[in-house]
Design a protein around this ligand. Structure first.
Ligand SMILES: [Ca+2]
Ligand SMILES: [Ca+2]
Ligand SMILES: [Ca+2]
Length: 477
């Protein structure tokens, strides 16, 4: 029996004598009032993409494409999919994909297939892949093509800034150095550096359901330097006597209960320089732990967990601005190393003690991409492990036209192992100051997070040198 004969027989058995493909001029007999559009009529159906267009991150790794079977499920059907066009190039921007999707008789479950996207570090802005469906079998028809747009740039949230100082509060001097922790799909916490006229830089905390609208929560600040109110400021103390900067908080369910939250921060101690001014007595990277993000315990005694390297090393003067990840049970840190002779550089260290002590690499792992925005060196790294890459956002510094001042932009680089092969994005800086508004002078202190199929970066911006800091959000796509 031929396929069409079998089909017809089946329809006869079902008591329906109308087969659109065999009836000239179409058929409305599936409806008693003649107004139906073939719904309810047994048909092999239409195979079509779940959407005609989608925008995805170039950093997504793999995009999943969905094909639906709609309008019928009669018989077994196949369709061929293939990446077939667009401005993106197969082999360099994505891996060409083609294959066959099959549905059994009576089955309408959506089918999916992956397309592997290549993060090529080139500044493309937006490139497209066109995906087609061809050669339907079993009498099925196909819908239109799918256009996938690959996005490699960052879009600032129009409602920025998302977090700023509260007038008259402890943090009215500025809110900087965001560190965002995601607890669940609609649960975020942010830890930030802030201070004001009566408070040295300390750590605040806020919560959010979307990463945009933040509620400053509980008694703040949640963590302070030894002299939070400045009394005795000029007395020599611990490395974190007078200020706590740039927190990096790691929420880790594999850690002991009282260390579910671990914070690494930069502390410094000021003393009297003997000439009526301030001198920097000590600086280093510290650690504090918390069961809940609210109550924090510093190291006891309050010593740094990483300090400057020996004379001649890239970090001979100071280490600061740590970014830490738990990489499959291994704690890894990237930090800024400062020296007397050249630009700052990014160092790397590992820990087997829960981050209470660190072993640094003897050499820097990233010295910047050589672009104009970072001639004074990269700083403030923030690293995530994301698919096959370690991705770093960092602050690039260059001299300002005004002597003694600098300009900060944010760059992006990635590495296959977090240590070697750090390669910068050709479109750097990835984030620049806006032409006007709250972040029109500097953007710095990036915090990168993978959130589903998006990458999000919170960052600090200012308008005017030395102006009050606020934090904004940018996303890709
Ligand atoms: Ca590309
Ligand atoms: Ca690109
Ligand atoms: Ca002091």
């Amino acid at each position: 029996m031929s396929q069409s004969a079998a089909l017809r027989l089946r329809l006869v058995i079902l008591g329906l004598m109308c087969i659109p493909a065999l009836t000239a001029g179409g058929c409305n007999c599936g409806s008693r009032d003649g107004s139906d559009d073939n719904q309810g009529l047994p048909s092999p159906g239409t195979l079509q993409f779940s959407a005609a267009a989608m925008s995805v991150s170039e950093y997504i790794g793999t995009v999943t494409v969905q094909v639906n079977r709609a309008g019928g499920s009669l018989g077994a059907v196949d369709v061929t999919y293939s990446t077939s066009g667009g401005t993106a190039t197969a082999g360099t921007d994505y891996t060409a994909a083609n294959g066959t999707l099959s549905w059994a008789d009576g089955v309408t479950t959506a089918q999916t297939f992956p397309i592997t996207i290549t993060d090529d570090l080139l500044a493309d802005n937006a490139e497209t892949i066109v995906v087609s469906l061809t050669n339907p079998t079993g009498g099925a028809t196909v819908g239109g093509s799918l256009t996938i747009t690959l996005i490699d740039i960052w879009t600032k949230f129009p409602g920025n800034p998302v977090l700023g100082p509260s007038a008259g509060s402890w943090d009215d001097g500025g809110v900087l150095g965001p560190s965002v922790v995601q607890l669940g799909p609609n649960s975020y916490e942010i830890f930030y550096q802030a201070g004001g006229t009566n408070f040295n830089d300390s750590i605040g905390r806020a919560t959010s359901t979307d990463g945009i609208t933040w509620t400053k929560t509980g008694t703040l600040p949640v963590f302070t330097p030894v002299r939070p109110n400045g009394a005795g400021l000029l007395t020599a103390g611990t490395f974190d006597d007078d200020a706590i900067l740039r927190p990096c908080v790691v929420y880790d369910l594999s850690a002991p209960v009282n260390e579910r939250y671990r914070m690494w921060y930069t502390g410094f101690d000021l003393i009297d320089d003997g000439m009526g001014g301030l001198a920097l007595n000590a600086v280093g990277i510290g650690r504090a732990t918390s069961p809940d993000g609210i109550t924090w315990t510093p190291m006891n005694p309050r010593n740094p967990v990483l300090t400057n390297g020996p004379a001649g090393r890239f970090d001979e003067v100071a280490v600061a601005f740590a970014s830490v990840i738990n990489d499959a049970g291994n704690l890894k840190m990237w930090y800024t190393g400062f020296n007397t002779t050249g630009p700052s550089a990014i160092g790397y260290a590992t820990s087997t003690t829960g981050g209470a002590s660190w072993t640094p690499n003897a050499t820097a792992v990233y010295t910047g991409g050589g672009a104009a925005f970072e001639v004074s060196g990269p700083s403030d790294p923030w690293v995530i492990k994301d698919g096959v890459f370690y991705r770093m956002f960092y602050t690039g510094e260059r001299p300002d036209a005004t002597a003694g001042q600098v300009v900060w932009n944010v760059g992006y680089a990635r590495s296959p192992d977090g240590i070697t092969g750090w390669a910068p994005f050709a479109g750097n800086p990835a984030l620049t100051p806006s032409t006007s508004g709250w972040d029109s002078t500097d953007v710095f202190f990036p915090c990168l997070l993978r959130d589903g199929t998006s990458l999000k970066v919170w960052y600090t911006g200012t308008s005017g040198n030395g102006a009050t800091g606020r934090d904004g959000l940018a996303t890709n796509p």
